[in-house]
Design a protein around this ligand. Structure first.
Ligand code: GUN
Length: 345
């Protein structure tokens, strides 16, 4: 994996955000009601204060708890109905990062009792071949969720391929109808995209109130930034999006009580960008050169963690923050899909 040294350390002076090409992050996840989310389980709540000690929002252990809850529910369903929830993953090409993500998803499925189905297609396959696999999974009654790992090879039309997934099995929540419903008041998507859903679930489990808060989302990708902003808005936050053309990102971000950063730029958000007591969810997973690591690189977030920890009331680590939550939400969406398709409570 090619690592970038840009913004590798917080002491680097970040280039102005404007004009930066926001690459897709390496992650490249009723009204806003609990039905979309999982049964409530509270981790120690976080008060937004100006205290300088910040709290770690431990996505890894919250995700573990969610996976345990899902495993128990799946066991019960299997015992009482014989139904086994199933997730199909389609991987096109041989990107190392995508292969790792797919492997992790498969392992997580196995651990909770979800059957996984896989289609691995070569980089140079046609769109028709991908769509043919999707069609087979669409009609396979053992498959309750279908995920096409992104990004797709350049020659493929992403929209055309994602639209081929039937909305009832769109556990990624990327179908235009799901996204459209997410954006509209009084409409409910069947599925919410996993990474933004994981961000909100993490806030919810730590009892961090969203209603009435000022929130800033950095980055406007279809996978994270845009749906994260919609979810925050549904939860009655006042939401601003910061992106590569925003003139004064630091000034805007500094007004936020809640910051979700999904820019895919290592250490972009400095301590000076953050309001004292804010809550920060760092979605970025960016490789930076690290000769001391056996792999030659390490992963850092979009937020300069050491600086931010001095200022904010709570922050997610990278790794161990949003990443595990994304996978937990995928399992949750697959379980809900199986329940809905089989009309189980
Ligand atoms: N690539 C990076 N993140 C995601 C995701 O949440 N879903 C899919 N399908 N591909 C991704």
């Amino acid at each position: 994996m090619a690592a970038s040294t840009v913004f590798a350390d917080c002491c680097w002076v970040a280039r102005p955000f404007r004009g930066l090409h926001l690459r897709r992050t390496l992650l490249l996840s009723s009204r806003f009601n609990n039905r979309m989310f999982l049964s409530s389980s509270v981790f120690a709540p976080v008060a937004m204060t100006t205290d300088t000690s910040s709290k770690l929002l431990d996505g890894k252990s919250v995700a573990k708890k969610i996976r345990d809850e899902i495993a128990i529910e799946i066991d019960k369903i299997k015992e009482t109905t014989g139904i086994v929830p199933g997730l199909a993953v389609i991987l096109v090409g041989s990107r190392k990062d995508s292969q790792t993500y797919v492997r992790n998803k498969k392992k997580a499925c196995e651990d909770v009792g979800i059957a996984s189905y896989e289609a691995n297609l070569p980089e140079d396959c046609s769109e028709e071949e991908v769509i043919e696999h999707i069609s087979q999974f669409n009609t396979n009654p053992s498959v309750h969720g279908i995920l096409v790992q992104l990004p797709l090879p350049r020659h493929m039309h992403e929209e055309k391929i994602l639209n081929a997934v039937i909305i009832e099995k769109d556990v990624d929540g990327f179908h235009p109808l799901n996204i459209g419903r997410l954006a509209m008041q009084g409409r409910d998507p069947l599925f919410v995209p996993c990474t933004p859903k994981g961000c909100i679930e993490l806030l919810r489990r730590y009892e961090i109130e969203i209603k009435g808060k000022r929130a800033v989302v950095i980055g406007r990708s279809n996978i994270v930034g845009m749906p994260a902003a919609l979810l925050l808005q549904r939860a009655n936050a006042t939401v601003t999006m910061v992106h590569s053309y925003t003139k004064n990102p630091e000034e805007i971000t500094k007004q936020a009580d809640i910051v979700i950063s999904a820019a895919g730029v290592a250490n972009l958000v400095r301590g000076s960008w953050l309001k004292p007591g804010a809550v920060v969810i760092d979605v970025g997973i960016n490789p930076v050169d690290d000769p001391e690591s056996a792999r030659g690189y390490r992963l850092v977030g979009d937020v300069c963690f050491d600086e931010a920890s001095e200022v904010v009331s709570a922050i997610t680590p990278v790794p161990g923050g949003v990443g595990p939550m994304t996978i937990a939400m995928l399992l949750s969406n697959t379980l809900s899909s199986a329940k809905r398709l089989h009309k189980l409570k």
